[in-house]
Ligand binder design. Sequence first.
Ligand SMILES: CC(C)(COP(=O)(O)OP(=O)(O)OC[C@H]1O[C@@H](n2cnc3c(N)ncnc32)[C@H](O)[C@@H]1OP(=O)(O)O)[C@@H](O)C(=O)NCCC(=O)NCCS
Length: 176
Amino acid sequence: MNYHIREMTHRDYDAAVALWHSVSGIGLDDNCDSRRGIARYLKRNPRLSFVACLANEIIGAVLSGHDGRRGYLHHLAVAAPHSGRPRTRWGLSQFSSDENGTVPLAKVDVITGRPHRKQGVGKALVGRCLRALARQHIPKCKVFLFRSNSEGRSFWRHNAWNLRRDLSVLQRETSK
Ligand SMILES: CC(C)(COP(=O)(O)OP(=O)(O)OC[C@H]1O[C@@H](n2cnc3c(N)ncnc32)[C@H](O)[C@@H]1OP(=O)(O)O)[C@@H](O)C(=O)NCCC(=O)NCCS
């Protein structure tokens, strides 16, 4: 498969979000994953997030960043095979509005139906992130995974990621 990997930019937003919506195992947040949220993330973490492209189509995407201490990967996805003809999705309204009001939904052609998984795309995307983090002197990287995502867990463990059974994730909102 003749794909290439390049850095993600804010212009990849519609295709990346459509891809993330098209696969199972990825949770999108109204705030962080809004157009503005992703633009902010990419600006804060330059040269660390990547897309895999086949011709003009985005078939894989991953976000990565760091806090100066640990690296984090988010939303790794590679397009799943499906029944064949090109699939068109409509961008979701919550991801398509800005401070001036709602922008008309964009049609996004995401996946052409070729099976893109199990061809090394996910591993290559992760490898690009890890090398980019290492260049910024970040020695370790973490990934958050839904407990229900057994396929994802199996992928990470197959690729030498350690499941930290001694840790739990806690969170609360900053503004309440
Ligand atoms: C997880 C995912 C990104 C893997 O993408 P992929 O392109 O199919 O993976 P690759 O082809 O790069 O696989 C790399 C290696 O992992 C193995 N692998 C792939 N998926 C696997 C799985 N579910 N379980 C175990 N091993 C897996 C491959 O066989 C390959 O092994 P090898 O290097 O020994 O030959 C893809 O299945 C996906 O998008 N899943 C849905 C979203 C998701 O769950 N993301 C992770 C949560 S953040």
